[in-house]
Structure formats: structure tokens, C-alpha cells
Design a protein around this ligand. Sequence first.
Ligand code: HEC
Ligand code: HEC
Length: 85
Amino acid sequence: MKLSKKDWIVGGVMFAVGAFLYVGTLKKLGNDVPATAVHQVFYQQLQQGGSRIELEKGCAECHEIATLPSSHPHKLECMVCHRLK
Ligand code: HEC
Ligand code: HEC
């Protein structure tokens, strides 16, 4: 099949939309975690090679998923999106 001009345009638009969404997800990472002692311990342990998955279970003990805004991502990857201030 020969690619027509229209095929290239459709491909280009799809690429642009994909790139736009990708940049959007990078930007919309979570707000910063306050630099309180409670939170600092978590990020120190992560730096020292602690398991992120295990640490994040600790986050959920105080921040239950149910208490987060309904628009909030339903993922237990807290520390990927929320960085220490
Ligand atoms: C011991 C309980 C506790 C644990 C564990 C905990 N937090 Fe918190 N977190 C709090 C409290 C209390 C506040 C609000 C205090 C403040 O704003 O200074 C808060 C605030 C936050 C905020 C800011 C919320 C806002 O409105 O801006 C984020 C984001 C957050 N925590 C994420 C995390 C993440 C991610 C983890 C795990 C790495 C975690 N917390 C672990 C108690 C906890
Ligand atoms: C995919 C990225 C992502 C992940 C994963 C994520 N968050 Fe968030 N979080 C956000 C964004 C974006 C906001 C701000 C938007 C909003 O309020 O809905 C937010 C807001 C918050 C807030 C503030 C809520 C408020 O009342 O304003 C807290 C606390 C929080 N997250 C904790 C957590 C915890 C704990 C986890 C892990 C169980 C987690 N987040 C996982 C992106 C993420």
C-alpha cells in the first residue's frame, strides 16, 4: 500500500496528540510533599535503597486512598508523583 498525503497527515496528528499527552503527564505530577519529619524519613529510606512499594504502603496508612480527592489517581505509586519539597 502506498502512503497517501492524507495518511501522513493523520500520522502526524496522532504523533502530535501522543507527544502532547506525554508532556502533560510529566507536568501533572503531584504536589510536593511537605518537608516534615514524617515525610523525610520515607524519602531518606528510599534513597538508601528501601523498597518504594513497601514504603508507599506506609503513606497509605495516613493518607487513605478513600480520603484523597476523587480526581486523584488510583495508584499506589505515591513517591513517583509526590516529591519531597
Ligand atoms: C504519619 C502520618 C503520615 C504519613 C506516614 C505520610 N503522611 Fe503525608 N501528610 C501527613 C499530614 C498530617 C499532612 C499535612 C501536614 C502538612 O501539610 O504539613 C501530610 C501532607 C501530605 C501532602 C501534602 C498535601 C497537600 O494538601 O498539599 C502530600 C502530597 C503527602 N502528605 C504525601 C505523602 C506521601 C507520598 C507519603 C509517603 C511517602 C506520606 N504523605 C506519608 C501525614 C502523613
Ligand atoms: C500519577 C500521579 C500520582 C500518584 C501515583 C499519587 N498522586 Fe497524590 N496527587 C497527584 C496529583 C496530580 C494531586 C493534585 C491533584 C488533586 O488534588 O486531585 C495529588 C494530590 C495528593 C494529595 C493532596 C490531596 C488534597 O486534599 O489536596 C495527597 C495527600 C496525595 N496526593 C497523596 C498521595 C498518596 C498517599 C499516594 C499513594 C497512595 C498518591 N498521592 C499517589 C498525583 C499522584
